[in-house]
Design a protein around this ligand. Structure first.
Ligand SMILES: Cc1cc2nc3c(=O)[nH]c(=O)nc-3n(C[C@H](O)[C@H](O)[C@H](O)COP(=O)(O)O)c2cc1C
Length: 191
């Protein structure tokens, strides 16, 4: 019997740039993204990467072009991924800047940003992250955009941190589908 070629799986890594507390609404948002991708995005695997062990940039720790083991492990995860999903908070109208230097191994990958915050839903930070992505040679999907005003009614999360707002869940799904489609095109050289 002829073997049926299986569809290549798109590997995405998810990074949470917010506070490192367990209850971070960004961690909750990513958990919802995993759930939605499992249910609705056939062919994409998302792996959460915990950035907390990655130290603040200190080039004294880079010896002869080698990085500390935790940084190298982080770099390898990024290198092996097809795309990157950022859950970005907004701090003082911009990105936190945390650990972005370690991402300088992300060339030619597709990416998407989801953010949450106050009035602008973290949207201002998204534009700064896109600008940083130019140097990192990341290719962000343009549409749909996902910025969530976490504080305006209706409630977006339940007390366990599950994303419960149907409109937000729908938009998050659309982001993941768009990231999946764009990553597939990039991998196939159709961009
Ligand atoms: C110093 C500081 C500045 C902040 N600036 C903004 C901002 O400009 N826009 C915004 O939407 N949220 C702002 N926030 C809120 C944070 O982005 C974030 O939503 C909050 O720290 C909760 O994150 P967590 O749920 O991941 O712990 C700020 C928070 C702090 C502590």
């Amino acid at each position: 019997m002829e073997a049926v070629a299986s569809k290549p799986v798109i590997k995405a890594v998810a990074l949470c740039g917010s506070t490192l507390r367990k209850g971070s609404c960004f961690n909750h948002g990513l958990r919802s993204a995993f759930q939605i991708s499992k249910e609705s995005v056939n062919g994409m695997e998302i792996e959460y990467i915990d950035i907390s062990p990655v130290p603040v940039l200190n080039t004294d720790l880079e010896v002869d072009g080698t990085f500390p083991p935790v940084v190298e492990a982080f770099r390898q995860k990024i290198l092996q991924a097809d795309s990157v999903l950022f859950a970005s908070p907004e701090y003082n109208y911009s990105v936190t800047g945390r650990k972005l230097s370690s991402l300088n191994c992300s060339a030619d990958k597709a990416a998407a940003i989801v953010s949450a915050g106050g009035s602008f839903g973290g949207g201002l930070a998204q534009y700064h992250l896109r600008q940083i992505g130019i140097y990192l040679d990341l290719h962000f999907i343009n549409k749909p955009e996902f910025h969530l005003n976490a504080f305006a009614p209706p409630a977006k999360f339940d007390s366990d941190g599950n994303l419960i707002d149907p409109q937000s869940k729908h938009r998050l799904k659309e982001v993941l589908l768009s990231l999946f489609a764009f990553t597939s095109r990039l991998k196939a050289g159709n961009c």
